[in-house]
Design a protein around this ligand. Structure first.
Ligand code: PBG
Length: 335
């Protein structure tokens, strides 16, 4: 028991401070604000919007739609967005060459967004080959193996074309060993020393990424293959700390844990151990589960979503990537 307690009931009545809304507000330890939210957006090369069956309410945005959505994010006060491409299937190749094309969909999108909104919002781009590869893996593949060092060379070039287009934060999501150090060096050597790196440091081989893979079209490319030789085993905990430690030593400015709700223990350990900017990704499958329960009339959407987000803050996250970002920002502005 806390040494400050006056002894057990009836001297101590825990319910006293819970009795009034003002009192609960007054003692509240954690707050969720719009400034904590990062909004992931999907783009495709074409006009209009495309629905994604497994991600209800999240559309792939056409090149004529994306800038408008980012303007909306700015108006809502969301500090950063993450852009993911649904690459045209004809452009997907074994060597994922489209990833390093300075005029690829992501680079064109970043330029268009920057031109409209400038520095009002941060732009995050994933570094990984899965949206561009015909096999759907995050790295180059030879004889059925995902190659580490050869992949890193491509990832460095990908980071360079993205930063050249105006990306503010490079977010390597590939889980190759040594990529943070290599990308930091490549950026620095090209005069991009102010471009940040947000490392997907503790990224688990999770089944909760399913709807995302539908959105970028990599599920079909993967064809049932997994990512267990580079993403972490869900049974691991210490290994996540080791990954974070290495990425920080290699120059990451911030780290990310992914998925979110099933991995809050990892968020807490990482934040307590390293005390660095720590992000968590409420991934597509978590979004889909909450939406499905809402649509089935099983759970209340607003309160479950806000509870899931505050739980991530309580665990120690400084920010949250979530497909609910715009909707949550709307709710928070009403409170
Ligand atoms: C790409 C990437 C993935 C996610 C973010 N970047 C999928 C994967 O690794 O297979 C998942 C995000 C989500 O599920 O919302 N490497």
């Amino acid at each position: 028991m806390s040494k400050f307690a006056r002894g057990p009931y009836p001297a101590t009545r825990m319910r006293r401070v819970r009795n009034h809304a003002w009192s609960r507000r007054l003692v509240r330890e954690n707050q969720l604000s719009t400034a904590d939210l990062i909004w992931p957006l999907f783009v495709f090369d074409g006009p209009g919007r495309q629905g994604v069956a497994s991600l209800p309410g999240v559309d792939r945005l056409g090149t004529d739609q994306i800038v408008g959505e980012v303007v909306r994010a700015c108006e809502l006060g969301i500090p950063a967005i993450a852009i993911f491409p649904a690459t045209n299937p004809e452009l997907k190749t074994e060597d994922a060459a489209e990833a390093i094309n300075p005029d690829n969909l992501v680079c064109r999108t970043v330029r268009a967004v920057k031109q409209e909104v400038g520095d009002q919002i941060g732009i995050i781009c994933d570094v990984a080959l899965d949206p561009y590869s015909s096999h759907g893996q995050d790295g180059l593949v030879r004889n059925g193996r995902v190659l580490n060092d050869e992949t890193i060379e491509v990832l460095c070039q990908q980071a360079l074309v993205q930063s050249e287009a105006g990306c503010d934060i490079i977010a390597p999501s590939d889980m190759m060993d040594g990529r943070i150090g290599a990308i930091r060096k490549a950026l620095d050597e090209s005069g991009k020393q102010d471009v940040q790196i947000m490392s997907y440091a503790a990224k688990y081989a999770s089944a909760f990424y399913g709807p995302f893979r539908d959105a970028v079209g990599s599920a079909t490319n993967l064809g049932g293959a997994g990512k267990t030789t580079y993403q972490q085993d869900p049974a691991q905990s210490d290994e996540a700390l080791h990954e974070v430690e290495l990425d920080l030593a290699e120059g990451a400015d911030s780290v990310m844990i992914k998925p979110g709700m099933p991995y809050l223990d990892i968020v807490q350990r990482v934040k307590e151990t390293f005390r660095v900017p720590t992000f968590v990704y409420q991934v597509s499958g978590e979004y889909a589960m909450l939406c499905a329960a809402d649509q089935a009339g099983m759970l209340d959407r607003r309160s479950t979503v806000l509870e899931s987000l505050i739980s991530m803050k309580r665990a120690g996250a400084d920010g949250i990537l979530t497909y609910f970002a715009a909707e949550a920002a709307g709710w928070l502005s009403e409170q």
